[in-house]
Structures are given as structure tokens and as C-alpha cells.
Design a protein around this ligand. Structure first.
Ligand SMILES: [Mn+2]
Length: 484
């Protein structure tokens, strides 16, 4: 991190501490700002806080802080001279609490004058002998109870996915891996990238994670997301040995691809898109996987790395996003078993669902109105779409990387087989999100338009005016529906 950013981070931390100290709201308990993390584009800042008090007091304080975010930011704006102040988000710092708890356990042990060593919490291995489901929580011989949220059942439920040896060998060899995902990242891409980075770090590697586009606010909230860099920030961080592409064809990392090709000795590709036909030696593509995160989990397991709440949260976000919160047809029994295991390992399911899928900002909710207003339906009622012109998107204030979700409105219409959201991301360039209900393979539609994806969810970016591209996409979709 450069000096200017480091200084800004320190300044934000100091000023927010001071603003909170002067805060006279009785619902705010004893708050300490423990850390501040800035996103690489300086658009967002995570403000980590710890709160002294009961669970209820902590919860109340966090709610109040969240409600006061706008006020704190405007106060901050008066104290810090910067062209654009990052958006703030308050995050409860569990790490501090865990640290306190470990200290307490150590104190207890000391008081008992026990010489038995305490193993650090959060290290229950994936495989090998572990507690059977339903067994009592792990406890050390001295009686210190290991946090129950770190226990992972070791039933052999993910046996369907075994990474090929060539992939595992490349990952084990990697000392300085460079991990990349696709443009317009989604939670599966980011969660997969972060978890893989965590697994490799546990093996002693120093991974760099790069995303071609900035993260949305909700993605930035995922643990460790602040470590992800933009392609323009890569140079001083190299060199690397192994390049790893997750959740996409290497071509889809367009902006980062030259780095991967030029600066790494070998390329590994882990993906679940059926349209991924990259010609690589170390390639593992399993379209049956609901999310790339499912494959990354299998990688971690095969590498023998212990799971912890951070990894579980990243993987849960991946799984949850690509299954539409476990509602889409790719939700299989094994998907839910993996989700259950991740929750047991510490993934906060309700929080992930809330920040990733429910909570939207004011501009976003207002744009829903415009999207619904622009819904169109084919005469036979099987194709529904909405087209968003460039000016509308600009005026809405909603970042392009958050628009994909609006495809759920045409998809909602009963009887519709193919749903599309078209948006003009630049004059003359249209991005399309495609969804199908149960028969049409929209990944094939996307391929014909120069994109790719899954049978039920795909996307592409097409050159042309919004009207032209709309006409072509609707024609293709209608033809695909008629064929069935
Ligand atoms: Mn995916």
C-alpha cells in the first residue's frame, strides 16, 4: 500500500474514532475503531469496530452505527480534504473478540496451572479422522472448549468433485500465484478467488488476487475483499509463478489476461461454465458444479487445508449467489450439504443473504421502477426483456456492476421462458444478461452473441446501438423458444 493511501487510512481511523467519541447517542455502547480497510479504488472503506457489552448492546450499537453512517461520513468530509470520500461501512470486528476469548481461555488455564498446550481455534481439518456429526464440541484435555462455529463435519459428501492431479500439483508448486476472475465480478468469482487465495496462503504461498473491474459495495464487504487489486495496480506486486483463473474462461479476464500470459509460467483454469473451452493443460471445468466455489472447496479439501469462518464465508457467498440463495435448479442435495457444512464452519448465512441479495441502496431501489416500466413481452408471452439506455443508467447513479440483478424482473413474469436485461454500458456497447426458466439453453444464445455462461444463466457484450442489439437478441431468443 502506498504512503498516501496508508496516510488516508490512518486519518480516517483517527477521525472516525474521534467522531464516535463525541457521539451522544445513548444506544451507542463503548465502541473502539480497531481498523480501517480501503478498497483498491478508494471507493469504499470498511470501518472495523469492537463493542464492549452484552450481545444485545453490541447489536444495538451496530444498528445505530449503521443508521448513522451518512452522518459520520459527512462529519468526516469536513475534517478530511479529499476529492472523493470513500463510502463507509461499519463492520463488527470478530477477530478482536476471538483474541479476547483466547486470552480468557489462556488465563483460565493459567489459573488452573495446567501445562497442557492449547491449540489455536479455527483449525479443524477437512479430511481424516474428525468428530462425527452430532458429537459433542471438541474440547482439549484441560477443558477449554473450542468455538463450536469452527467445527466442520467430515462426512464424505463432496466426493463428486475431486480436482485432477495436474491442477493440484500446479497449485502446490505455486509460491507466488496470481489469481484472476472475470469482468463485472459476482460473488462466486470473488468468493472463489478469495477462498483459493486463503487456501494457498495456508500452504505458505503469497497470492495476489486481481479483478478486471472494481468490486461493488456488497462484494467489498466479504472478508479479505480489500486485498483484491485492479490490473493497473499489479506491476509493483510481481513477479508470479502460477496464474490461476477462476469462474471463467481465461479470455473473460480480458483486462488481466496479458498479465497472466506474460508474467506467469503456467496457467490453471478452474471453472463451472459449460461454455469454457480454454485449451489448457491444468484445466478443471465441471459444469455440474452449482458454483465455482464448490470446486474451490474441493481444492481446499484435497490440499488438506483447514477451514475457518473467513474461508467458509467466502465460499458460502459463492454458493449462495450462483444458486440464487438456493432457489435455482442447480441447487442439488450436495449443494445444500456443502452449505450446511459452511454454516457449521462459521459462515454467517443470514448476513451473507442480506448484504448480497436483499439490501440495496436508494438509487438501486428507485431504478427498479424504471426497469419495471420498460418491461416488454413477446406476443406469445415467452420472452420478456427490459432495455436500459446509457443516459438512464448514468442518471440513476447505480454502478454498472450492480445491474445484472435487474434481470430478475423480466424473469418473474409467469409463462416466460427467456428473460433478458440489456443495458447500454457505453454508447454503442450493450451488455446482456440472459436467464431461462427450464428449456432454452441461454449459454448457446450467449455464445452466438459472443459471450458464454450456463444453460439457465448467461451473458454477453455486443457492439451496436441498443435498438439494433435488442432486435437481434429478441429474435434469437424467440427462435430458441420456438424450436422447443
Ligand atoms: Mn459462477
Amino acid at each position: 500500500m502506498n504512503l498516501r493511501v496508508e496516510r488516508l487510512r490512518e486519518e480516517i481511523k483517527r477521525e472516525i474514532s474521534d467522531i464516535l467519541r463525541r457521539f451522544k447517542d445513548p444506544r451507542i455502547g463503548f465502541v473502539t475503531v480497531t481498523d480501517v480497510e480501503l478498497s483498491r479504488d478508494l471507493e469504499h472503506a470498511k470501518v472495523f469496530v469492537s463493542v464492549l457489552g452484552t450481545e444485545e448492546e453490541k447489536e444495538e450499537t451496530m444498528k445505530t452505527l449503521t443508521a448513522a453512517t451518512g452522518y459520520v461520513r459527512s462529519e468526516l468530509g469536513q475534517r478530511i480534504r479529499i476529492r472523493r470520500l470513500p463510502e463507509l461501512v461499519f463492520v463488527y470486528d470478530h477477530a478482536v473478540e476471538r483474541g479476547v476469548r483466547i486470552t480468557q481461555i489462556l488465563h483460565q488455564l493459567h489459573a488452573q496451572e495446567t501445562a497442557a498446550p492449547v491449540s489455536r481455534v479455527a483449525t479443524v481439518a477437512f479430511s481424516g479422522a474428525g468428530p462425527a456429526e452430532g458429537s459433542p464440541p471438541l474440547s482439549s484435555s484441560s477443558g477449554a472448549v473450542v468455538e463450536p462455529d469452527t467445527v466442520l463435519p467430515t462426512a464424505d459428501w463432496s466426493g463428486d468433485f475431486a480436482p485432477p492431479a495436474v491442477v493440484l500439483e500446479a497449485l502446490r508448486r505455486a509460491r507466488r500465484p496470481l489469481i484472476a476472475c472475470h469482468e463485472q465480478p459476482d460473488p462466486d468469482a470473488v468468493g472463489s478467488m478469495l477462498a483459493l487465495g486463503g487456501f494457498l496462503r495456508a500452504l505458505g504461498a503469497q497470492p495476489t488476487m486481481v479483478c478486471p473491474d472494481p468490486l461493488s459495495r456488497s462484494l467489498f464487504l466479504l472478508p479479505e475483499a480489500e486485498q483484491i487489486v485492479l490490473p493497473a495496480q499489479l506491476d509493483p506486486l510481481g513477479p508470479w509463478d502460477v496464474g490461476i483463473v477462476v469462474d471463467c474462461d481465461p479470455i473473460r479476464t480480458a483486462a488481466a489476461l496479458p498479465y497472466l500470459q506474460q508474467r506467469t509460467q503456467e496457467l490453471v483454469n478452474i471453472d463451472h461454465h459449460g461454455t469454457n473451452d480454454a485449451d489448457l493443460v491444468a484445466r478443471w471445468v465441471r459444469p455440474e458444479a452449482a458454483a465455482c466455489g464448490e470446486l474451490i472447496y474441493a481444492v481446499g479439501r484435497a490440499l488438506g487445508v483447514p477451514l475457518n469462518p473467513t474461508l467458509a464465508t467466502q465460499l458460502f457467498a459463492a454458493l449462495s449467489a450462483d444458486t440464487g440463495s438456493f432457489r435455482f435448479s442447480n441447487t442439488r442435495p450436495r449443494t445444500l450439504r456443502l452449505a450446511a457444512a459452511l454454516i457449521e464452519a462459521g459462515a454467517p448465512a443470514a448476513w451473507v443473504s442480506h448484504v448480497l441479495f436483499e439490501e440495496k441502496d436508494w438509487n438501486y431501489v428507485r431504478l427498479i421502477g424504471a426497469v419495471v416500466d420498460r418491461l416488454q413481452l413477446s406476443p406469445d408471452g415467452r420472452v420478456a426483456w427490459a432495455s436500459l439506455p446509457y443516459d438512464l443508467i448514468q442518471q440513476s447513479g447505480v454502478p454498472e456492476n450492480e445491474l445484472d440483478g435487474f434481470v430478475s424482473y423480466p424473469r418473474m413474469v409467469g409463462g416466460v421462458e427467456v428473460a433478458m436485461l440489456l443495458r447500454e454500458i457505453q454508447p454503442g456497447t450493450v451488455r446482456i444478461s440472459l436467464r431461462s426458466h427450464e428449456r432454452v439453453d441461454v449459454s448457446q444464445l450467449a455464445v452466438r452473441l459472443g459471450g458464454g455462461g450456463h444453460p439457465r444463466a448467461a451473458g454477453c457484450t455486443v457492439a451496436g446501438s441498443l435498438e439494433e442489439v435488442e432486435r437481434r437478441a429478441v429474435e434469437l431468443a424467440q427462435a430458441a423458444v420456438n424450436q422447443r
